[in-house]
Design a protein around this ligand. Structure first.
Ligand SMILES: C[S@@+](CC[C@H](N)C(=O)[O-])C[C@H]1O[C@@H](n2cnc3c(N)ncnc32)[C@H](O)[C@@H]1O
Length: 280
């Protein structure tokens, strides 16, 4: 059977022809240009056809394409992923970009020591490390399975400077002090677990849900974070779109001596919190 016939069969399962082509390209370990150039090529392997159509079916039932392809591009870097880690989001790229912006204002290009707390695939830590060859970057996660993927990404980029650490928040980082702590912690309200929207049901619960209306991780992190920061510091968090005012209450109680501000994402939602030792 020719590849264009594979695509005709796939179309009966899933109307999105582009995705069907991408799934085929991915399975063949080729790119889209190759698929277009070889639509008339014959492949007689029935197992291959069966496997291809089962992947198309999986996608049609809601399984994320990113997990099928096994990688995403985050901040222009290829990041390998699997179902044990959150699929990196566009908003998080903006968090990285804004953190770089503020870090330049605050630190004036000195070599910095940085922690990405809850690193998952390692997307944040790896982008920061690749953008800043002189930085020493730590990436922690409580999940062994996530750390395995972060290690794969670390090795792909030969990032010896990246220290991967298994840790429940700061528990295994007791002797460390950082200039920047960046985190995209789980922040979806645990009580909403049962109403999970379709596009979240394939991602690890450990990466998504938090106690206390989704604020649990921020509360735990903010309680002790100042023990792990240097005198000059920048803290950057991704937050849920409806969490600004609750976080403000926590901050006005405990961070009066510091400077904090919120920023919006591309959809005009308050999605980032920055705390710093100095006014910027
Ligand atoms: C929302 S995901 C973020 C992953 C990645 N940083 C990103 O932005 O795509 C949160 C991560 O925090 C990790 N995590 C959950 N509880 C944790 C804990 N107590 N200590 C450290 N990491 C934790 C999860 O395993 C998950 O990888």
């Amino acid at each position: 059977m020719k590849y264009y016939q594979f695509l005709s069969l796939a179309r009966k399962i899933n109307q999105n022809d582009n995705i069907n082509k991408l799934i085929l390209a991915n399975l063949l370990k080729k790119d889209l240009t190759w698929i277009y150039a070889n639509l008339n090529m014959v492949n007689t392997d029935k197992n291959f056809l069966r496997k291809y159509l089962s992947l198309v079916k999986k996608y049609a039932s809601g399984f994320p394409f990113a997990y099928l392809s096994g990688h995403v591009f985050f901040y222009n870097y290829k990041i390998f992923i699997n179902k044990n880690v959150l699929i990196p989001r566009n908003e998080t790229e903006l968090l990285v970009s804004r953190t770089l912006y503020w870090s330049q204002k605050l630190f004036n290009l000195v070599p910095l020591k940085v922690l990405d707390l809850g690193t998952g695939s390692g997307c944040i830590a790896i982008s920061l490390a690749l953008k800043n060859p002189e930085w020493e970057v730590f990436a922690s996660d409580i999940s062994d399975k996530a750390l395995k993927i972060a290690k794969l990404n670390k090795e792909f980029y030969h990032l010896d400077r990246l220290n991967l650490i298994k840790s429940d928040l700061f528990s295994n980082l007791v002797d460390e002090k950082f200039d920047i702590v960046i985190s995209n912690p789980p922040y979806i309200d645990k009580s909403k677990k049962n109403y999970q929207v379709n596009n979240l049901k394939y991602e690890p619960e450990l990466a998504l849900f938090a106690d206390n209306f989704g604020l649990g991780y921020y509360q735990r992190i903010l309680k002790s974070i100042l023990n792990f920061t240097n005198k000059d510091f920048l803290i950057s968090f991704e937050i849920g779109f409806d969490q600004k005012s609750e976080l403000e209450s926590i901050l006005t109680e405990n961070f009066q001596n510091y400077f904090y501000w919120f920023e919006k994402d591309y959809s005009n939602h308050w999605r980032f919190l920055f705390i710093s030792s100095r006014q910027l």
